[in-house]
Design a binder for this molecule. Structure first.
Ligand SMILES: Cc1ncc(COP(=O)(O)O)c(C=O)c1O
Length: 408
């Protein structure tokens, strides 16, 4: 066996490619042709997006679903539906995609950034509690990588302080907390169907909720302020056009039908990887809380301790891993370090009296820093492979460890 690193001319540890993503088959082709021939290409008279909303909401044990153009739009419409705006604050984890915070700014409210828990990488309830002020209106929990945030404690805090709990579930299609699907365990949940997500139409998003008022306001906001059953040119509240097309609705119905079986495979393969990678010194997989009864695995995330790899910097480790045939997806940098925040540009969205140097700009968030700069993310489709693929991932990491000194 050739044990040389692929980066140095050896044979890659991966002997066969991972399954391609996105997955599609004849059923997507038929669905698209069905929309084509129906000549109903937009949502308003169509039935594909409507059916998809119902099916997705039912799968996530929620009463309502409102499909929108993308996951960012889902958060923006949610802000409007909850009446969050100028002068308000919303607590957001420092470790997430920018949309979780930018949607709050879009509403004219301040995202108050706080640290995450060290092992699941999800919002830390203690930090949330410490950040609550009289301006706070909501908490956005992000189910990072598909692992649910601590919904027990966050719900309790939200309830005690009269705040909305929003679940940004863009990574968590099918994830479960104590046997219940995420998304509508808080007041409202949002999902993304962008290409890298666990099911996709290239772009797309959805809002789910059990609350009649939130549903009515979100649905109206996403359709120019219209109300169901009313005249097409009657507009009742401020809204915009966030409608999802019939093409996307039709594709997403097929993607949803495939999700349960794919999600189970990702979960099973991730546990195989957990067992193998835990044996490698310096590699610590994302923790799995016992209350997480299903982890949707938007990514397989593990902490990398360079000390166990002859001090090899993580960027070089990732380069070597990719050369071995294992794909990688970038981790998020801490939000508060981004130019949007450090330059002060975000303050232009706020009320003049709120345009101050916010404490989070100068804070250090140790758990976010560790997650941002010391974790490796394997994209979700890697987990759709077979057991041999999982062995080859572990073999690639073991090989890099044995030869790490050669890359210094
Ligand atoms: C946590 C999180 N929130 C929100 C979004 C926004 O979704 P979209 O890219 O569909 O706008 C994404 C994905 O990109 C995300 O990962």
């Amino acid at each position: 066996m050739d044990d040389r690193l692929a980066l140095l001319g050896g044979t890659p540890a991966k002997t066969k490619p991972f399954p391609p993503w996105p997955h599609y088959d004849e059923s997507e082709r038929e669905a698209l042709l069905g929309v084509l021939h129906s000549r109903k290409w937009w949502r308003t008279p169509g039935d594909q997006t409507l059916q998809f909303e119902r099916e997705f909401a039912a799968y996530h044990q929620a009463r309502y679903g409102i499909a929108v153009t993308n996951g960012t739009a889902a958060l923006e419409v949610t802000m409007a539906a909850l009446g969050i705006g100028l002068g308000d604050e919303v607590i957001v984890p420092d470790f997430t995609f920018v949309a979780t915070a930018s949607a709050v700014l879009f509403a004219g409210a301040l995202p108050v950034l706080v640290d995450i828990e060290p092992h699941t990488y999800c919002l830390d309830p203690e930090q949330v509690e410490a950040a609550i002020t009289e301006r706070t209106r909501a908490i956005i929990a992000v189910h990072l990588g598909g692992h649910p945030a601590d919904l027990d404690r966050l719900s309790e805090i939200a309830h005690r302080h009269g705040l909305y709990l929003i679940e940004d579930s863009s990574h968590a299609h099918g994830s479960e907390w104590k046997g219940h699907k995420v998304g509508a365990l808080g007041d409202v949940g949002t999902f993304s169907f962008q290409q890298s997500k666990l099911m996709t139409a290239g772009e797309g998003g959805i809002i789910i909720t059990n609350d009649d008022t939130i549903e009515r306001l979100a649905r109206s906001t996403h359709d120019c302020g219209r109300m169901p059953g009313e005249w097409f040119y009657a507009h009742f509240i401020y809204g915009s056009n966030y409608r999802l097309s019939e093409w996307q609705g039709a594709i997403l119905r097929r993607q949803l039908a495939r999700l349960p079986q794919q999600s189970q495979r990702r979960m099973d393969n991730a546990r195989v990887l957990d067992r193998m990678l835990s044996q490698i010194e310096g590699i610590t997989p994302q923790a799995l809380d016992a209350r997480c009864t299903h982890h949707g695995h938007y990514a397989y995330i593990f902490h990398y301790d360079r000390r166990a790899f002859a001090g090899l910097p993580i960027a070089r480790f990732i380069e070597a891993l990719q050369a071995e045939g294992v794909p990688h997806q970038a981790s998020y940098p801490p939000l508060h370090d981004m130019a949007l925040f450090q330059s002060g540009a975000y303050r232009k969205r706020l009320l003049p009296e709120m345009r101050v140097e916010h404490a989070f700009l100068r804070q250090t968030f140790p758990n976010t820093a560790r997650a941002a700069w010391e974790t490796v993310w394997l994209p979700q489709y890697v987990l759709l492979g077979d057991e041999q693929d999982m062995h080859e991932i572990a073999a690639a990491i073991g090989k890099i460890q044995r030869h790490a000194h050669e890359l210094l």
